[in-house]
Design a protein. Structure first.
Ligand SMILES: Nc1ncnc2c1ncn2[C@@H]1O[C@H](COP(=O)(O)OP(=O)(O)OP(=O)(O)O)[C@@H](O)[C@H]1O
Ligand SMILES: [Mg+2]
Length: 325
């Protein structure tokens, strides 16, 4: 590329030089016709330069146009070595776009499936009541099931809206210094009834270290982690929420001694709709989106996630927030 540009400039320079020399020669020798001749020569020169510029730019751009025809083979079709970094960026963006598209398609397919299940069940119970197949004494039970399934749909839609809001938000938006401990205490308070029902003891301890955050997102994050720690536990189990700090981070940990997560599922539980314990998740009204929301919130806060879990022994999920400098 650089060489071609060099020769292009040389060529344009030579043209200008030659034209200038010719023009001055004419002006000196044919003084009577000088104005007309110089105008004519000027116009001719201008037209020639336009043509030359058009040809040269087409010649310079043609390898780029060829390259754009086959974006899959960008590296192979690289016309100039100087373009390799640009090609690498293009390729990376293309891979990212393909991945985003794949995730969106998978997400839509999953959403449709998850919406269909409760709706089918609502429709089935409603039809039994409508046609009189349901006996009078069953009506109350069926209405309860319709109510529960409608609740699942509302939860699902709420989580989907939350995820799309998080998808759109810029990391670090509207953050302010906040102490995590009181938020954890409030959130644990909201779940105290669920914990008691499940026979699980929930406690919160730690320091008042501050992080840069958004309160409602931190509440959501702690709620989801504690909700899981209660839901995937056993009667007599515990959930311990702690806030600690070290030289570089403020660490929020939610530890339980519940059912644990088998190693083969550990990599995937933060994916949308992924459930390790499908039956327990579904029977307790889980949407499979809780940890995907957690992951997004962690990214928003520039924090880091750590998971430790042993099947049958329990799970600890820690979020390492950067310290406020
Ligand atoms: N503390 C935990 N102990 C054991 N398994 C867990 C724990 N937390 C999460 N899991 C597993 O990870 C899966 C994904 O959790 P996630 O919170 O995303 O979805 P969910 O709990 O099924 O539904 P919801 O969207 O209502 O939270 C769960 O289905 C469960 O199998
Ligand atoms: Mg959950």
């Amino acid at each position: 590329m650089a060489k071609k540009l060099f020769w292009l400039f040389v060529l344009v320079g030579v043209c200008f030089g030659a034209a200038g020399a010719a023009l001055s020669a004419v002006l000196l020798t044919q003084q009577a016709y000088a104005p007309w001749l110089s105008l004519l020569l000027g116009l001719l020169l201008f037209a020639a330069l336009l043509l030359l510029a058009k040809r040269l730019s087409a010649w310079l751009l043609s390898p780029l146009v060829d390259m754009a025809k086959d974006l899959d083979e960008l590296e192979k079709n690289a016309p100039y070595p100087e373009l390799l970094p640009f090609i690498e960026t293009l390729r990376r963006q293309q891979v990212q776009k393909d991945e985003n598209l794949r995730q969106r398609q998978e997400f839509s397919a999953n959403v449709s499936h998850e919406l269909k299940t409760p709706l089918t069940s609502i429709s089935g119970y409603a039809e039994m009541i409508e046609t009189g197949i349901a006996k009078d004494e069953d009506v109350k039970e069926f209405a309860g099931k319709i109510h529960a399934e409608a609740g699942r749909l509302i939860d699902l839609i709420r989580d989907i809206i939350k995820l799309s809001e998080l998808d759109e938000a810029e990391p670090g938006e509207e953050m302010q210094p906040l102490s995590i401990l009181p938020i954890a205490q409030d959130t644990a308070g909201m779940l105290a009834f669920n914990a008691e029902k499940a026979g699980v003891d929930i406690s919160v301890s730690g320091c008042y270290a501050q992080v840069l955050g958004r309160r409602e997102l931190l509440e959501e994050l702690i709620y989801n982690l504690c909700d899981n720690a209660i839901r995937y536990n056993r009667p007599g189990g515990f959930v311990r929420v702690s806030v600690t700090e070290d030289a570089s981070s403020v660490i929020l940990s939610v530890a339980d001694n519940g059912i644990g997560i088998p190693p083969e599922h550990q990599e995937r539980i933060f994916e949308r709709f992924y459930r390790a314990d499908k039956s327990r998740s579904k029977s307790s009204g889980g949407t499979g989106l809780g940890l995907a929301i957690v992951k997004h919130i962690v990214i928003q806060h520039g924090a880091e996630l750590k998971l430790e879990s042993a099947e049958g022994k329990g799970t600890t999920i820690s979020v390492l927030f950067p310290r406020i400098s």
